[in-house]
Each structure stands twice: as C-alpha cells, then as structure tokens.
Write a protein that binds this ligand. Structure first.
Ligand SMILES: Cc1ncc(COP(=O)(O)O)c(C=O)c1O
Length: 445
C-alpha cells in the first residue's frame, strides 16, 4: 500500500495503537472503512453500510459534501495557516459572528479550540479566570454528573462520570471535583422524550452546595442530554432547576453541547430546545461536519467583559490557546457548514424527522434482548441486556449489526443511534430494519 492510498488494506495493523478500541480483537478481525458518501459507508469487504450514528455524532450533513471539500481546498490554496496568537485572519471573526447568531442569550463571545475535550478544558479555565477577575478566586470546585462524558484530557476526564474512563487515572485528576447523580431512574424505562419524573435529582447540586460551601464552587457542567452513555434525556424541569440553583449561588452553568449542539435535538442548541440558557456552551463535532477538528466555547458577554476588564489594556487577558485554535481550514469547513445549515434549513429538518425516527426506534421494543430504549430529537439509545460482564452484549450486538450493514457507536451495552439530518424516511426505515435483523442475529448466536 502506498502512503497516498489510505483507503486500502494496510501492510500492517500492529503499529497503530487505536483509541477506545479493543486493539487485539480488532487486529484479528479488522473493520476498515474505505469510502463514505451521503449516508452510506463502504467497508474493506466491499459491503455498503448505512451510517446510523453520523460517524461519532459529527457528520449530520452526510459524508463527502462537495461544498465543504471545495471550501477547504480553496482555503488551503489561498492561506493554509495563520498563527492564532496576536494575529488573525478575517474568516475566524466571521465564523464567530455566525456562531453567535445561533447561540442562546448573549453567549456571543467565541473561543476556538481543537475538539470537544479542549473546549471543555477551555471552559474550565475561562470559569476560573472569570471568578478570579471578579474577586472570587476561592471558587475552585467543579460539579459534574455521573454517566457524563466530556472528553479525555485531564480537565474533561475529571468532570466526566464514566467509571472506566476515570478509574485508571484517579491519581492525576483535578482536585475538588464533585458529582451529582445521573438522572436516569428505573421508571424512565422505555420513556420517549423527557421523563416527567426525576426533577428532584437537580437538588443534588443544592446538597453539594450545603455540604461543601457554594462559595467554593466555580461551575456545574452537564450535557443537556447525556450522549455517550446512551441518550439520557433530562427530566422535565431538571435543567431549569439547575439554572435556578446556579443563579442563587453564583455558580457558572456550563452546558456541554459537543453532541447536542447544531441541531441534534431539533433546535440549534439543546439550550433552546429545553428553554434554559447556560452561561457557557461547549461545542465541536458538527461544527465542521466532522471533517476538520474544531471545537469552540461560547461565553456570555459578562464573563468576557469581566476577564477583559481585569487586565490592563495591551496585556494578554487569558493565558490560554492552541496552535490549532481556529485555523483557516477548520474555519473554512465551519463557514461552509453554516451556509448549508441555512440553505437546507437543517435544524428544521432534524426536528421534522425526529418523530419518524423515534417511532422506528421504539418499534424495536419487542426484541426480548432489549432492556430499554430512550430518545429525543435525532438521537436514541438502546440498552442490550447484560451478558456475563458489562460491555460484552453491546459489543457483540454492534458486530452483528455491522455484519448486516448498519454502523453506529456502542458504549458498554448501549447502542447509540444518531442518524444524519439529511436522512430521508427510507434511510430511517433501512436503519431500523437492519437494527432489527442485526439484533435478532445476535439473539440467535
Ligand atoms: C458531550 C461531549 N463532550 C466532549 C466530548 C469530547 O470531544 P472530542 O472527542 O472531540 O475531544 C465528547 C465526545 O464525544 C462529548 O460527547
């Protein structure tokens, strides 16, 4: 295989240590993707598969979008790189303006990062800088939530709440982080949309304030809908109650919208969908339709102004940034994505397709191996009954589905289904049909 030909079978699988992968299992029986167009992928056996999770929830506009390819190519030809410290280029300012048009409230100040993890890390640092600037430097604690996924650098791992992601690294995590309980209660089984019970889970934040002193708490970070643990939809009133507690206690509320941002829930951001405006939003993934790494943090104007005003003019106000913060090709891809959002009324399309998708998803309920189904917008989780040890059933089921031509992300024993927004009804039908066949085949094995 030549270095120019990255889609063919490689000469060796050994050197690449793959992320979040059972490397030894994979290398014995690889799953290589060779092509991606629209809602379809092709694997190295030549089999066409439907992409039922928009990659890792990042390609809602479909694969191989010519507009994005052209924008990136043109950008590379004209201006391939600008160092982002003390210099800039017009595109990143235009993109910030376009992003701010969609963010709720006055979350109009946009800081670029490289991915979701660095967006979360940046949000953590901005919050600390903000509290210091307003004379509340004692606020050092962050409150996360069980079953949260916020990414994999130290900050994001610390506020996350998935046991396998934290236990090996316990000794090096951020100090002072506390976790609320997750919101998925036993009576939420097979509940479609927002559960009507469980609002009281938000009182965990109040309890943490009482036990640890709210004056020490910098921020509370939640995914409005927990994505990576399988679409845990917030109970009605839950996010609003978190907002109230944060307001009362001077705590910054961060919504991690790395998955839910850009239409996944049917509105531009889940914040708008659930009618709760946080102080900070993190985003990534669909910002560039997944084709160039990019993340961003949107903060409300008061946070930005406070940090600015705390430094003399001419000084660097925030000692933070990345070599790849808002680089030209990421910006070009993101601007092109913004054009497509507008031209194709993408968020409306997501909202309109959601009921059909959720009908399909919940129609799988009769498969006896399914323990639970949840869903909101264009995202749903299917829990497969535990087999021997956690994760085995989910992985085997994922492989059985892959074999029949439907690809998605499985976390533990949960299959996460998040179709692209450009899907037509026939594509949703195909996803559901293939899920039924794949899960049934798993049951027979
Ligand atoms: C809610 C959330 N935050 C952060 C991240 C981390 O993003 P990245 O993998 O781009 O670092 C993810 C990734 O799935 C996510 O779902």
């Amino acid at each position: 295989m030549s270095s120019a030909d990255t889609t063919k079978i490689p000469n060796s699988l050994e050197e690449h240590w793959m992320p979040f992968t059972s490397n030894r299992d994979f290398k014995e029986n690889p799953r290589l993707i060779t092509e991606a167009k629209g809602v379809y992928l092709k694997n190295h056996h030549g089999k066409t598969m439907i992409d039922a999770s928009s990659g890792l929830f990042c390609n809602p506009l479909g694969h191989g979008r010519k507009e994005i390819t052209n924008a990136v190519t043109k950008q590379l030809d004209q201006l391939d790189y600008v160092q982002p410290f003390q210099q800039g280029f017009g595109g990143s300012f235009e993109l910030a303006r376009r992003i701010a048009k969609h963010t709720p409230g006055d979350l109009n100040r946009i800081f670029y990062t490289i991915c979701g993890s660095t967006a979360v890390e940046t949000a953590i640092k901005i919050v600390i800088a903000y509290h210091k600037a307003r004379g509340q430097g004692q606020r050092f604690r962050f409150v996360g939530r069980e079953r949260a996924y916020h990414g994999m650098n130290i900050g994001a791992t610390s506020v996350g709440g998935m046991i396998n992601n934290v236990k090996t690294f316990a000794s090096i995590l951020m100090p002072g982080v506390l976790h609320m309980r997750h919101t998925h209660l036993p009576d939420h089984k097979f509940v479609r949309g927002q559960p009507t019970t469980g609002v009281e889970m938000a009182e965990d934040l109040e309890r943490i304030c009482m036990n640890f002193g709210s004056e020490n708490i910098a921020a509370c970070i939640v995914e409005p809908v927990a994505g990576s643990t399988g679409t845990l939809v917030p109970p009605k009133g839950y996010l609003k109650r978190l907002r109230e507690i944060c307001d009362k206690r001077g705590i910054v509320l961060i919504f991690d919208e790395v998955i839910t941002g850009w239409g996944r829930m049917g509105s531009a951001f889940a914040s708008q969908e659930f009618g709760v405006t946080p102080d900070v939003i993190t985003m990534a993934k669909a910002t560039t339709n997944g084709v160039v790494p990019m993340g961003a943090v949107a903060v409300k104007e008061e946070i930005y102004d406070t940090v600015m005003d705390a430094s003399p003019k001419g000084a660097v106000e925030l000692f933070h940034g990345y070599t790849y913060s808002g680089i030209p090709i990421a910006v070009a891809a993101a601007l092109s994505v913004q054009d497509i959002f507008e031209k194709e009324d993408i968020f409306k399309r997501s909202k309109e397709m959601s009921p059909y998708f959720l009908d399909g998803l919940f129609s799988l309920k009769d498969l006896t191996v399914i323990d639970n189904i949840r869903g909101y917008g264009m995202m749903g989780g299917i829990d497969i009954k535990l087999k021997e040890k956690p994760g085995r059933a989910g992985f085997e089921c994922f492989k059985a589905c892959y074999d029949v031509g439907v690809n998605f992300k499985a976390t533990g024993d949960c299959l996460i289904i998040a179709p692209q927004f450009i899907c037509e009804k026939k594509h949703i039908d195909e996803i559901i049909e293939k899920l039924r066949t794949g899960i049934s085949n798993y049951m027979k094995r």
